[in-house]
Design a protein around this ligand. Sequence first.
Ligand SMILES: Nc1nc2c(c(=O)[nH]1)N[C@H]1C(S)=C(S)[C@@H](COP(=O)(O)OP(=O)(O)OC[C@H]3O[C@@H](n4cnc5c(=O)[nH]c(N)nc54)[C@H](O)[C@@H]3O)O[C@H]1N2
Ligand SMILES: Nc1nc2c(c(=O)[nH]1)N[C@H]1C(S)=C(S)[C@@H](COP(=O)(O)OP(=O)(O)OC[C@H]3O[C@@H](n4cnc5c(=O)[nH]c(N)nc54)[C@H](O)[C@@H]3O)O[C@H]1N2
Ligand code: SF4
Ligand SMILES: [Mo]
Length: 814
Amino acid sequence: MTSETRNSINDIWGERTPHGPGQEWPVRVDERVSETPERWVRGTCVLCSNGCGLDIGVKAGKIVGVRGLATDTTNRGRLGPKGLHGWVANESPDRLTKPLIRRDGQLQEASWDEAMDLIVQKSKAIVEKQTSLGIGFYTSGQLFLEEYYTLGVLGKAGLGTPHMDGNTRLCTATAAAALKVSFGSDGQPGGYEDLDVTDCVLHVGHNIASQQTVLWMRILDRLAGPNPPKVIVIDPRRTFTAEHATVHLAPKVGTNVAVMNGLLHLIIQAGAIDAAFLEAHTTGYDDLKKTVEKYTPEYVEQLSGVPAAELLRAGEILATTRTLVSTILQGVYQSMQATAAAVQVNNVHLIRGLIGKPGSGILQMNGQPTAQNTRECGADGDLPGFRNWGNPEHIKELAKLWNVPVNKIPHWSPPTHAMQIWRYAEQGTIKLLWIQATNPAVSLPELSRIRKILQKEDLFVVVQDAYLTETARYADVVLPAAIWAEKTGTFTNVSRTVHISCKAIDPPGEARSDLDIFLDYAQRMDFRDQDGAPLIKWHDPESAFEAWKECTRGRPCDYTGLTYEKLLQGSGIPWPVNEQHPDGTQRLYTDFVFPTSADYAETYGHDLETGAAVSPEEYKANDPKGKAMIKAAEHREPHEVPDDEYPLWLTTGRQVYHFHTRTKTGRSKALHDAAPDAFVQLSAQDAGRYGIEEGDWVLVESRRGLIIERAMIGNVEPGLVFIPWHYGYWDDPSRPRAANELTITEWDPVSKQPHYKYAAVKISKYDAKAALPQPGLLGRAVDAVQQLISGEAEPTGGSKSQGPQPKTTQRVDG
Ligand SMILES: Nc1nc2c(c(=O)[nH]1)N[C@H]1C(S)=C(S)[C@@H](COP(=O)(O)OP(=O)(O)OC[C@H]3O[C@@H](n4cnc5c(=O)[nH]c(N)nc54)[C@H](O)[C@@H]3O)O[C@H]1N2
Ligand SMILES: Nc1nc2c(c(=O)[nH]1)N[C@H]1C(S)=C(S)[C@@H](COP(=O)(O)OP(=O)(O)OC[C@H]3O[C@@H](n4cnc5c(=O)[nH]c(N)nc54)[C@H](O)[C@@H]3O)O[C@H]1N2
Ligand code: SF4
Ligand SMILES: [Mo]
């Protein structure tokens, strides 16, 4: 007897609860249960970066539903389609319940002792022979803070390997980089509350309506209330978000810097700069002014295809609005000149002085629920507590805290970024790659290459996941993980708000929490501090949290005033939380002092175009001492552009009903049925040109691979095709369909985030009986795909009638 307060599949955002500027966002509690719960346990949704508070309904040791937390400032009771439906994946019968070890080529069940001893034996042998540089960790944006911190410490102070990063490199490395470039440190200047009062919202490369549905409800409610904000959307597709725009700019992919420079130029030309603010609180304005001078609306139109008149309309709004909230996401971070473009959005706020004030803030967005914590805790290419690897004093602080010699902590060069970790694995210098909570065999670019790396004889692959993913199928050891609702931990959303999510049920079989796995590894490796005591001095989530608090003392992400008890009191709390701010901090930089001083900053910065690091001496010579830094950039053309052979642009992205590689959402029948398969979205003009009709099979080829998808026509610029990248092979190996077969191995020079948002492709109508032109591109993992290539099978994936039909509830961007 399923009962739900609303049907979030048909009505994604639910009923409006309008609110005017300054009024508190009204409560609306969304709930969906399959049975009446016996008890409710405090949780937080992990299916995007919004961090919606909820209660988990439990009956007879099983999850039977969720309801939004009315008192949580993040969502005031609301939940979106993934939040209301995703939990059923916990109960899926195909969860991993025992460790697996590859024996005679097959993954076979093993005991925890066998699996962990094997990993420890391999680790020790590698350290012995080639030092800890032979070991790499590729983690996630989906573990908990306590887990990342433990991983960070065991990797950095136990093993001492610089090769630690996560899928956050694919996700929000650019958010961190852009915040560091402009403000000296990671940490979003604004908060969600700014949306409640703002006069204008700017979404750049961010389809917020689909990707943070509850945050979009907050904006929709403002749009339905008195004095609604203006909305500017910059996205090449007419997305759900763009449908509500006051002005929608649809640039060619990869031209964000040109468009942003054009907008900066218009603001300056209108005389709308805040000269007093610029003088008192920033450096670098003159250079920006000079750089953007030539980006006239006509020039920007040439570069980006955005009509001059449209750019003028957007420029006028940005020059006159009294307050502004900007959100930036993958259309910037995964596109050409990612950091340079994201920084230009910061510059709009800086030149207008629209920062650190109610209604004005920047949300360099996160995507994954816990990506902020991977960055904070140093489980990626950062040091814990936003410390600067180039600053010897910062390394000393960590060495003292962990009681290890300074030189144990790798800091002789920047931490290795994920794309480089994979390169080292490919070259053979990394011998053990430990992958947690991420599915690179579907999510990394150029999948044929990734499959080859994972299959290398001299690479020992450990995969820690809840399901036998496409990646786990290549592992030498698979560790079954407990997931959300089966373990306790904390994490931080885009608004810097820390939430707790509690254990509500036991994990299936022998599955263990990632924290317990890391603690077990540290113990078996016998990592010690310099006095011979165990390096890791905590034993459960709460004691790990307490240890982490000490690591943040005095840093921008100060957690010292938080406790589990405080987090259980009804709402998440935004950091910094300390003696000075016991109830947290809604908005950073209200005093216009930025964390840029040389002794405090998280980085000495980079050249925006080349990525070259600024030396400590150079930085200190021009110490910004608390001023924000304005950095300019010229437009550069993307690295791969359409040509005669591959005449179309490809861009990839998401749909509202699925999360990533669908390991959770694909196991919810309701979400699966709402978006059952991949498709290729193309304009009516291109469809006509290639003789393709709605629902036809289309062969899409790039220089790196090929896939076959059903055609979906409309809502995209001519010359561009869009493919959702959610669909891999675990539930349908019948045809090559993962978008990342096509994408390129290129990354941003500053943030090192890969460029998923553009590639050159060709398309043709696909006759299921025809032989494929480039056999052998797909890996062994997908036997059935091989059969398809050899002509033994036909692609399935739904008949034409149940294929990707444009319904009101599932549209191409949905
Ligand atoms: N439903 C759902 N929600 C999610 C997720 C999910 O998988 N499903 N994942 C979460 C995660 S981890 C992330 S990172 C976020 C991602 O959230 P978004 O960034 O909003 O999602 P995407 O669809 O990847 O990309 C956003 C838009 O960028 C546009 N775009 C492509 N190229 C360009 C360009 O060159 N310039 C500009 N201006 N725009 C461009 C695309 O048309 C697309 O609409 O979503 C989070 N929320
Ligand atoms: N073409 C293209 N590719 C992209 C993108 C794009 O826009 N276009 N976006 C990129 C972005 S922004 C992102 S974030 C990545 C995401 O890419 P992935 O990280 O590969 O995607 P997920 O499917 O979320 O994989 C997470 C895995 O963690 C497992 N898991 C969940 N919870 C836990 C847990 O608590 N413990 C453990 N051990 N495992 C757990 C899940 O079962 C799942 O297998 O993809 C990137 N790839
Ligand atoms: S907006 Fe994000 S965090 Fe909130 S319910 Fe939806 S998926 Fe979960
Ligand atoms: Mo992401």
